[in-house]
Design a protein around this ligand. Structure first.
Ligand code: IFM
Length: 467
């Protein structure tokens, strides 16, 4: 290494311990396409994205990045980048087209081939069972607002484990249940697109119950590396006025604590329980549920993108709140540069979050299961994708993780969001999060500069002497 080498990770002196997992993440509906292939049943995202007015320019996941047919090339890309792990999700309706009952072997076989390909390439599969794509047939029976869906989720978990548990070690039950519950049922920005506080509260509890039931099923089948993936947005009051401080407490309660605290302690936070009851949307807890939800885990998946500053104020009718009883709270525009999502860039808040999690969940290893940023990437005349903002974001956030580790946070791995540009839900294909650019016309993949920089960091760690 020469002193003139200015690669950002060297400038930041980034060194992670031996055995640290470096990966990238995706999710089924965002990349697979092939929505009618091999007996797949429709999911709530098929319905939602095909409903006029729901998504950016009517974009759907019908084709996406064609990963279903191009998965071998995509695994080859992962190997080229030197990823030690790949986090992906299984589409429930490929495995159980009606959500329950009849199993579609061809759907399971796809994931089986994918896992084999990953293992052959030396990439460790990290499987997420649910990344927002509930089978439409289950939505027709009440979706997550119905308690029965939790039990169906546990059945599905067992079926997937029976097919892949001999090769997949790392299992996550849910991805970001906060989004499923609150964006899906309160603000309606996500499928199933409801604006109903009671349904949002019920979905919250049933998602967590489903997590607990599935955890038990997976554990009984011998799964040894089990987690849940939660998304965290640190909330800061805009002023020290009591009303703003309380607004931040309420949003922090539903965004961050309502999902974490029951999983690690077996009780919902009392203030959140009171807020939901006051909003006429009490959590539908039955005897024994909280013990189920608190089933022991091996790691906590942490997704972090940005922080938020909040105060009481008048919301624009175009921006319905995602928070139950949050109609009087506004989130301020971030200061400084923003990504194309409109999100600010706050690595310091990431370090603070990880320190907070160190204290909230002592003894539970943390894995960064998502972190990344969207920028207006284009293939340049030289055929490359120059994305200095993403490289900067990536390494500043890796440095933030490292700093938290120095402060005692037990972080075991980092997955960049995302491996590929993909379908960013209601924001469609306009938002590019990938380390690898996808030209949606030709499906050509181009590793971005940020992907190369990440690969450099990974190579350096592979070459580092052990110990
Ligand atoms: O694309 C999403 C992902 O599906 C879940 N976490 C946040 C990402 C960026 O918005």
């Amino acid at each position: 290494m020469t002193s003139t080498d200015t690669r950002p990770e060297l400038a930041a002196g980034l060194v992670f311990p031996p055995g640290f997992t470096f990966g990238a993440a995706t999710a089924a509906y965002q990349i697979e396409g092939a929505v009618d292939a091999d007996g797949r049943g429709p999911s709530i995202w098929d319905t939602y994205s095909h409903t006029p007015g729901r998504t950016f320019q009517g974009h759907t996941g019908d084709v996406a990045a064609e990963h279903y047919t191009r998965y071998r090339d995509d695994v080859a890309l992962m190997a080229e980048l030197g990823l030690s792990a790949y986090r992906f999700s299984v589409a429930w309706s490929r495995v159980l087209p009606e959500g329950a009952g009849r199993v579609e072997r061809r759907g399971l076989d796809f994931y089986s081939r994918l896992v084999d390909e990953l293992l052959a390439a030396g990439v460790d599969p990290w499987l997420t069972l649910y990344h927002w794509d509930l089978p439409q047939a289950l939505q027709d029976r009440g979706g997550w607002a119905a308690r029965d869906t939790a039990a169906r989720f546990a059945d599905y978990a067992g079926i997937v484990h029976d097919a892949l548990g001999d090769r997949v070690r790392h299992w996550s039950t849910l991805n970001e249940p906060m989004c499923s519950a609150l964006l899906g049922h309160m603000s309606g920005q996500h499928a199933p697109g409801l604006r109903d506080a009671v349904a949002a509260s019920r979905a919250t509890h049933h998602l967590l119950l489903g997590h607990g039931l599935a955890t038990r099923v997976l554990r009984d089948r011998g799964a040894a590396s089990l987690g849940i993936t939660l998304n965290f947005t640190p909330m800061t009051p805009a002023t020290d006025r009591p009303a703003d401080v309380d607004a931040a407490r309420r949003l922090d309660g539903q965004q961050n604590r309502m999902f974490l605290v029951p999983v690690v302690t077996g009780a919902y936070p009392e203030d959140v329980v009171a807020d939901l009851a006051a909003a006429g949307a009490p959590l539908p807890v039955q005897d024994g549920d909280l013990a189920t939800i608190a089933a022991p885990l091996d790691w906590l998946g942490v997704n972090y993108y940005f922080e938020s500053t909040v105060q009481v104020g008048v919301r624009s009718p175009e921006k319905p709140t995602s928070f139950i009883g949050g109609e009087d709270v506004v989130e301020l525009d971030p200061e400084g540069p923003t990504t194309t999502m409109g999100w600010g860039v706050s690595p310091e808040a990431f370090t603070r979050l990880l320190r907070w999690l160190r204290d909230q969940a002592p003894g539970l290893p943390l894995v960064i299961t998502e972190n990344g940023s969207a920028w207006p990437d284009e293939v340049a005349e030289d055929g490359e994708v120059h994305d200095p903002e993403r490289t900067d974001y990536l390494f500043r956030h890796l440095a933030a993780v490292r700093e938290a580790m120095d402060d005692g946070a037990d972080v075991r791995g980092y997955f960049a969001w995302s491996l590929l540009d993909n379908y960013e839900w209601a924001r469609g294909y306009a938002q590019r999060f990938g380390l690898v650019h996808v030209d949606y016309g030709s499906q050509r993949r181009t590793v971005k500069d940020s992907g190369r920089a990440y690969a450099d960091l990974l190579r350096r760690h592979r070459q580092a002497p052990e110990g």
